[in-house]
Unconditional design. Structure first.
Length: 117
């Protein structure tokens, strides 16, 4: 099992910045990818950024958000700049673990990000 805990969410004005953190613990060997997803009220959860064999971003955040990982600390970050009201939502950390044939997917409880206009 892998435990994920997000932190760093909060309320920020449009144009501001936040940095989210995701700390991983437990059976972290075999983690092959980690990523950030978000879910706005009344909408489906969507991909924000992933870090695995490559780094990918949703088109809506390219040039504004940056994903990074500190493997020594088992922590992933999401630096969010030039925030917009449409970035508001619950941000979730996700990890993919592969130690056998079937990958395992883990999620954190989420952290709220609110961007005011």
């Amino acid at each position: 099992q892998v435990q994920l805990v997000e932190s760093g969410g909060g309320l920020v004005q449009a144009g501001g910045s936040l940095r989210l953190s995701c700390a991983a613990s437990g059976s972290i060997f075999g983690l092959v990818a980690m990523g950030w997803y978000r879910q706005a009220s009344g909408k489906q959860r969507e991909l924000v950024a992933t870090s695995g064999d490559s780094i990918d971003y949703a088109d809506s955040v390219k040039g504004r958000f940056a994903i990074s990982r500190d493997n020594a600390k088992n922590t992933m970050y999401l630096q969010m700049n030039s925030l917009k009201p449409e970035d508001t939502g619950v941000y979730y950390c996700q990890a993919t673990r592969r130690v056998g044939l079937i990958p395992e997917y883990y999620w954190g409880p989420g952290t709220q990000v609110t961007v005011s206009s």
